[in-house]
Design a protein around this ligand. Structure first.
Ligand SMILES: *Cc1c(COP(=O)(O)O)cnc(C)c1O
Length: 354
C-alpha cells in the first residue's frame, strides 16, 4: 500500500454521464466528471486535488507554451464482467513518465500522486468505464511547466494533471506506410525515448505528407543514413521474418519503450516465437521480402494494441500483405485483449485493481 496522501476531493454537483452516448465514443472526445491536478513549487508537490473537470486559467507567458517542457502518458483501464475496474500496467507508465521528466529537466512525480491519485480518480469516476466489449477508459496523465516569464531556463513551477476519457473500440484499418527518408523523428542524444509533446509536434508534417500521397503514416528511419528502422508513426514496430520477431532495440535511445511492445515481446516468447531486439535496416527487410521470408509487419501501442500493415513502400519497391498473412499479429492482439478484458488469466499481474 502507498502511504495515504492528502488529496482534497471536490465532487461535481451534476454528472455529465447522462449526456453522453456510451455506445458511440470517438477516441479522446469526451472527458469524465473529475480530474486530478497537482502543483510543483519551491521544490515540492502541493495542492493535490481531485475536482470537477474544468478549464485551466493560464497566463500567455506560460513557459510550456514557449519552450515546450511538456510530457504525457497514455494508459487504459477496463471493467470485467463483475464490474471490477483494472488499470493495465500503470507502474510501467509511471516509471516511463519519470524517465521522460528527467530527460526534459522536469521534476519527478511521486507514486502517491501518479498511481494513488489515478486510482482514486478512477474509483470516483468508475461508472464512466464502459463495460462493453473492446471499450475502455483512456487515462491521460500529463505535466507541463508553468513559470510565467520568458527567460530561457528550466521552469521552477509545474502542473501535473490526470484526465480520463471513455473510449469505444478502436478498429484500426490496416495501414499503408512508406519509409521516411526526409524527416527524422529522433536522433541519438535527442528526446526520442521521452514521451514529450514536441515529438508529436515534430512528426505531424511527415504524416500529413504521407496522407496526401494516399498513405496513413511513415516508417521512421535513423537521422544519418535513413536506413535503420525506428518506429511506425507513433507506434513501435515488429517484423516477422522466418518465424522470428524482430523489433528495433532501445539502446540508442531513439525509440519509445512501449508498454505494449514489452507485453507483445512477453507474449511472443510464451508462444515460443524467438524475439530479437536489435538494429534492423530496410535492406534486410527488402531482401527477406524478395526471398519470401517476410511474413508480417505490425505496429504496437496502447490505443490500437496491434495495428496491421497492409502496404509498405521503400522508394519504388512496394510490399503488400493481406488477411491471410496476419496470423501472428491477430493471435497476439487476441491474447493481449483477452488479458485486458479479464477473459484470459493475468499470469503476469498486468492488471492493477482500482
Ligand atoms: C506512446 C508511444 C508508443 C507506444 O507506447 P505504449 O506504451 O505501448 O502505448 C510508441 N511510440 C511512441 C513514439 C509513443 O509516443
Amino acid at each position: 500500500m502507498i502511504a495515504a496522501m492528502d488529496i482534497q476531493v471536490t465532487k461535481t454537483e451534476r454528472s455529465k454521464l447522462q449526456d453522453i452516448d456510451l455506445e458511440n465514443l470517438p477516441f479522446g472526445k469526451y472527458f469524465t466528471d473529475h480530474m486530478l491536478e497537482a502543483e510543483y513549487e519551491n521544490g515540492k508537490w502541493t495542492n493535490v486535488e481531485i475536482k470537477p473537470y474544468q478549464p485551466l486559467l493560464l497566463e500567455p507567458s506560460l513557459a510550456a507554451l514557449h519552450y515546450g517542457q511538456a510530457i504525457f502518458e497514455g494508459i487504459k483501464a477496463y471493467k470485467d464482467e463483475e464490474g471490477n475496474a483494472f488499470i493495465f500496467r500503470p507502474y510501467d507508465n509511471f516509471r516511463r513518465f519519470n524517465i521522460s521528466a528527467e530527460r526534459m529537466d522536469m521534476p519527478e512525480v511521486p507514486e502517491e500522486i501518479f498511481i494513488e491519485g489515478m486510482r482514486r480518480l478512477i474509483e470516483l469516476d468508475k461508472k464512466w468505464i464502459p463495460a462493453k466489449k473492446e471499450h475502455s477508459l483512456y487515462i491521460r496523465p500529463f505535466m507541463f511547466s508553468t513559470d510565467t516569464m520568458l527567460g530561457v531556463r528550466p521552469s521552477s513551477k509545474y502542473k501535473f494533471l490526470i484526465i480520463l476519457s471513455p473510449t469505444g473500440p478502436y478498429f484500426p484499418k490496416p495501414m499503408n506506410i512508406y519509409v521516411e527518408e526526409r524527416y527524422t523523428r529522433a536522433a541519438p542524444g535527442g528526446v526520442g525515448f521521452a514521451k514529450n509533446a514536441g515529438n508529436y509536434g515534430g512528426s505531424m508534417l511527415a504524416a500529413t505528407e504521407a496522407q496526401k500521397q494516399g498513405y496513413d503514416q511513415v516508417l521512421w528511419t535513423d537521422a544519418s543514413e535513413h536506413k535503420w528502422l525506428q518506429e511506425v508513426g507513433m507506434m513501435n514496430v515488429f517484423f516477422i521474418i522466418d518465424h522470428t520477431a524482430i523489433t528495433p532495440s532501445l539502446e540508442e535511445e531513439t525509440i519509445l519503450n512501449g508498454v505494449t511492445r514489452n507485453s507483445v515481446i512477453t507474449i511472443l516468447k510464451e508462444m515460443d516465437i524467438p524475439v530479437e531486439e536489435r538494429r534492423i535496416n530496410i535492406d534486410e527487410v527488402i531482401k527477406a521480402h524478395k526471398e519470401g521470408r517476410l511474413q508480417e509487419v505490425f505496429g504496437t501501442g496502447t490505443a490500437a494494441t496491434v495495428a496491421m500493415i497492409q502496404k509498405l513502400k521503400y522508394r519504388d519497391y512496394v510490399m503488400e500483405f493481406g488477411e491471410k498473412d496476419w496470423t501472428l499479429s491477430a493471435e497476439i492482439k487476441k491474447k493481449l485483449n483477452g488479458i485486458r478484458q479479464g477473459k484470459s488469466p493475468d499470469t503476469h499481474h498486468w492488471m492493477f485493481p482500482v
